[in-house]
Design a binder for this molecule. Sequence first.
Ligand code: ATP
Ligand code: MG
Length: 312
Amino acid sequence: MTLVKVQGLVKRFGPAAAVNGLTFDIKEGRCVALLGPNGAGKTTTLKMLAGLLEPTEGEVRFASGPETAASGFSRPSGDIRRLIGFLPQYPAFYNWMSGREYLIYSGRLAGMSKLEAKRRTEEMLATVGLAEAGNRRIGGYSGGMKQRLGIAQALIHRPKLLLLDEPVSALDPIGRREVLDMIRLIRKETTVLFSTHVLHDAEEMCDDILIVNKGRIAAAGTIAEVRRQYSEPVIRVQAEAPLDESVERWRRFACVNEIESGRYEARLSVTDLEQARASLWRDLGEHGVPVNRFEAGRTTLEELFIKAVNAQ
Ligand SMILES: Nc1ncnc2c1ncn2[C@@H]1O[C@H](COP(=O)(O)OP(=O)(O)OP(=O)(O)O)[C@@H](O)[C@H]1O
Ligand SMILES: [Mg+2]
């Protein structure tokens, strides 16, 4: 079931568009990565989803109970905050508070009774592995502990959608691992959308992936779909002698779209893998090129991401 529908979302700051027409759905129970380089528009998108920024155009609609709009989706004008938990990219804490005090305070802010906030705080401290450290001042927490406290804060009111803005980017490897493991637990119960600029995190953690660049979607779908849909046939050749002359010949092959080459290696995007493999293999043989490596396959997700990032 679809939890959120995002339609034609645009955010302009002056003449520049930080987000430039995003349309996508988030399905309930999924873990979705919003993947993009610096400045892609991830934070702006998440803030609009969280209701903290007003879109210039387009809208974000949440599936609500059958009692509301006929479509079953409500506009953001209603109070969507109870549905959303948000961990900002640069969370600020009151360092003089203890983790426990902070969570009780967050629960009270979310409208919980004192008793409920206290009970939920104990639950959350245990979930994020801070039960022992609950009475220590936040100022003395490590980066990983602060992020976990931030996640607990975002979950205190049992939101339907958890938005995490680069939850692991600022952490050392140990902190990263702690927080990624945490997200892996949480995603079993809550729909999660998290932003990252690290492809590996997206592949490791998520069902679905949204690759954004310059405010637009470059690729979207399940990881497998994106791999299948967007990957292209490619041949890589590496030789012991310079490949310049060969590359010149290959440029004229009908089955070759594009060649990136160094002196001793070349990467060819081709239209048909079988045909290109046969033609190139024959050509290499005819010209006695001393080949070290010949590899026919498809572009990896990594290459797709880099291409999306470099594309205008
Ligand atoms: N309040 C603002 N005023 C003007 N420009 C802004 C504002 N917020 C963001 N931008 C611009 O919008 C673009 C997208 O920014 P955004 O912070 O959403 O990107 P991001 O993908 O989160 O990047 P990062 O990976 O660095 O966090 C950038 O070019 C940024 O400079
Ligand atoms: Mg950001």
